[in-house]
Design a protein around this ligand. Structure first.
Ligand code: NAD
Length: 296
């Protein structure tokens, strides 16, 4: 079994790395947050001292970091993966970042004969814990096939979407659908509540029909329970919508709905909700209508 490096042990990286340990992989891990490293070391991993150190000790290096700047720093920066990785090593970036940055990182690694896949995920923390993430991959078919047993230890599906960058383009499409879905359900539940109908009844009545969705089933119960702990932070969704708008405008695609939800999320950030779950989009609508969506 391949020896794996794992860098970025946050809400997602921690359970994903633990699932690799459960599957029997030997793991060398790194994060700037020492408490997270300690927790995964207690689960059986070894601590590396830098991304370079992790890469020098492993054949496959996985990164699960917030955004493009962190991925560039960890992979291409001083003491980065590129300085330690051996020829033929495979870097799998599972963060959600700008597709153009995935391509830039892949090119720089290829110059040192290091291979690269972008493999962002969908499913959030619960599916990261269960090992049932959906994984969308960009890169060569050979590298994808080689990575499959590793990816399948963290996810229930992994689809090769195209060349490097295609994984992150797919993830941007995913993030548009999720953001607009949460906004639509928030708008609907606020309307129902203010019009005097129990939002729980509305949810139960519509979840099996055309308006039903994975987003509705994941987020409506949390909203009704007033649970806004992340999950997926508003700040991270703003990051994704930034990448959506930049990529869309770059290729000539106007994105009116993404732009609208982006501004709602910006308003929530200004109100101090940036570190709450993206289900807290309902707070934006509640403020407009001066009503709370809660169990009656
Ligand atoms: P997080 O902020 O919880 O974790 C990021 C981790 O990276 C932190 O532990 C942080 O200390 C570490 N880090 C940051 N800079 C570093 C550096 N220079 N060197 C080493 N470690 C560094 O974020 P998360 O929720 O785990 O998300 C990670 C990625 O996965 C993001 O791109 C996010 O958009 C994506 N994602 C998240 C979810 C979700 O529900 N949380 C779902 C799908 C995809």
């Amino acid at each position: 079994m391949k020896k794996i490096g794992f860098i970025g042990l946050g809400i997602m990286g921690k359970p994903m790395s633990k699932n690799l340990l459960k599957a029997g992989y030997e793991l060398v891990v790194y994060d700037i947050n020492e408490a997270s490293v300690k927790e995964v070391v207690e689960a059986g991993a070894t601590a590396g001292t830098s991304p370079k150190d992790v890469a020098s000790k492993t054949e496959v290096i996985i990164t699960m970091l917030p955004n493009s700047p962190e991925v560039k720093e960890v992979i291409l920066g001083t003491n980065g993966v590129i300085e330690g990785a051996k020829e033929g090593a495979l870097v799998i970036d599972m963060s959600s970042i700008a597709p153009l940055v995935s391509r830039e990182v892949a090119e720089k690694l290829a110059a040192r004969k290091i291979r690269f896949l972008d493999a962002p995920v969908s499913g959030g923390q619960p599916k990261a814990i269960d090992g049932t993430l959906s994984i969308m991959v960009g890169g060569s078919e050979a590298d994808f096939n080689e990575s499959l047993p590793i990816l399948k230890s963290m996810g229930s599906s992994a689809v090769l979407c195209g060349e490097v960058g295609a994984g992150n383009v797919t993830k941007l499409a995913n993030q548009i659908i999720v953001a607009v879905n949460i906004a639509a359900m928030s708008e609907a539940l606020v309307l129902a509540t203010k019009a005097g109908v129990d939002p729980e009844k509305v949810y139960q009545a519509i979840r099996g029909g055309l308006a039903g969705s994975t987003v509705l089933d994941a987020k409506a119960p949390l909203i009704l329970d007033r649970k806004f702990d992340p999950g997926f932070r508003i700040n991270l969704h703003i990051k994704d919508l930034n990448n959506v708008l930049e990529t869309g405008h770059g290729v000539g695609v106007p994105l009116p709905l993404s732009a609208a939800v982006m501004e709602m999320m910006q308003a929530l950030k200004v109100d101090g909700h940036g570190d709450k779950d993206h289900g807290s989009l309902v707070l934006f609508y509640e403020k407009l209508a001066n009503i709370l969506v809660e169990r009656q």
